[in-house]
Design a binder for this molecule. Structure first.
Ligand code: UDP
Ligand code: MG
Length: 137
């Protein structure tokens, strides 16, 4: 069993696909063990994406991630980290496999609907960024 952090980004909330995203995870055998809706400040978005601080898209990405409400969740299952990444599709929706969340709903490489931890180390940083131990089932 493995846990990973996923986020329905502000564009996903705006496009009314919160349920669709969660449903795709559930249909693939993942369990929701933590769930919350919140809005990040610019500083909080910068902290979450600190690993990308030196990248040219950092300022635009963190402005986008703080433009509206998001839904953060912890998903649990066999191979949860890779499974979520597969269901999401590639970062750039133009390269995302058909039937993935990003291929179906993302507007562009930045506004791509969903986040998923990319490694065990990332999940260990990202899960407690949003959830205390008491908030996880
Ligand atoms: N992003 C962007 N431009 C890029 C690459 C990434 O705006 O050239 C944004 C996009 O929203 C992406 C996020 O930054 O989801 C984090 O980038 P990462 O490479 O970690 O992609 P992910 O792990 O989300 O697929
Ligand atoms: Mg990433």
């Amino acid at each position: 069993m493995e846990r990973t952090l996923s986020i329905v980004k502000p564009d996903g909330v705006q496009k009314n696909v919160i349920g669709e995203v969660i449903s795709r995870f559930e249909k693939n055998g993942l369990r929701v063990v933590g769930l919350k809706m919140l809005a990040l400040s610019k500083k909080e978005a910068e902290g979450f994406y600190i690993v990308h601080k030196a990248r040219p898209f950092y300022d635009s990405l963190t402005a986008f991630m703080s433009e509206g409400s998001i839904v953060a969740m912890v998903l649990e299952g066999d191979n949860a980290i890779d499974k979520v990444r597969t269901i999401m599709g590639a970062t750039n929706p133009k390269e995302a496999a058909s039937g993935t969340i990003r291929a179906d709903f993302a507007a562009d490489i930045e506004r791509n609907i969903v986040h998923g931890s990319d490694s065990t180390a990332s999940a260990l940083f990202e899960i407690p960024y949003f959830f205390s131990a008491l908030e996880l089932a």
